[in-house]
Design a protein around this ligand. Structure first.
Ligand code: SAH
Length: 231
């Protein structure tokens, strides 16, 4: 898929103007360039990058429709999905792109600089070490199991904040196995946006949650515990 086809795909739903197309183009140039030196994505073909990374990230916009945010964090953003893509579209939202791997953050900083994105902050840290209640949106794609994401994400959100978990076709089952975690973390499921990915790439379930009250202080636990004993 080309960038023009991407624009046509979202016609009537998202405003993707010349500015955004130009920024996406430059972003993919950099991704291709850096990908030759370090492994940022297994996707090598440009058209496939548009579909698997840009389009998929933009589908998150549909799940967030009608909601206003002033600050957002993308947890385990890797090369910037969905965070960098959403930051390009949501110019008035302050985005924190978080990743534990330094090399990925170097790439993200290079993109931020080249694209002059004033609303992006790159953070090289682990989610479980961040300050609490600081963001009103958290997103994550291909990050972890749902209970683990909820435990790491909920404390970061201010009360009333939203968390968007980008899941695959088994998202519904994951939701069912996270009921206890949701209750314990004071987070409720708000909506599910079901999308079929083009090119027979299966289904994307975008699960949206809202934090209804303060996260109990014992969360997040140490990472080894979160992993060994999910809520
Ligand atoms: N969201 C991207 C990357 C997914 S790979 C995409 O969809 O393409 C998961 C990423 O999470 C990796 O880049 C890894 O470095 C990062 N990560 C893993 N554990 C983390 C943690 N505890 N805190 C922050 N980042 C983490």
């Amino acid at each position: 898929m080309t960038l023009d086809e991407l624009r046509a795909y979202f016609e009537g739903e998202l405003v993707i103007g010349e500015r955004e197309i130009g920024l996406f183009d430059r972003y993919l140039d950099l991704l291709e360039e850096w990908n030759e030196r370090m492994n940022l994505t297994a996707v090598r073909d440009r058209g496939e990058m548009v579909e698997k990374h840009l389009l998929d990230s933009l589908l998150a916009m549909k799940a967030l429709k009608g909601k206003r945010f002033s600050s957002a964090i993308d947890i385990g953003t890797g090369p910037g999905f969905p965070g960098m893509v959403l930051a390009i579209l949501m110019e008035d939202v302050r985005w924190t792109l978080l990743d534990a791997t330094r090399k990925k953050c170097e790439f993200l900083s290079a993109v931020k600089g080249a694209l002059r994105l004033g609303n992006v902050e790159v953070m090289n840290a682990r989610a479980e070490t961040l300050p609490k209640e600081r963001w009103d949106l958290a997103t994550a794609r291909a990050f972890s199991s749902l209970p683990m994401l909820l435990e790491l994400g909920a404390p970061l959100l201010s009360v009333g904040g939203h968390l968007l978990a980008m899941k695959g076709p088994r998202g519904e089952e994951e939701l069912h196995s996270s009921l206890r975690a949701m209750k314990e973390l004071r987070i409720v499921h708000v909506s599910t946006c079901r999308e079929s990915l083009p090119g027979g790439d299966g289904e994307r379930l975008n699960l949206l949650f809202r934090k209804v009250s303060k996260t109990p202080r014992k969360y997040p636990r140490e990472f080894s515990l979160i992993k060994a004993k999910p809520i």
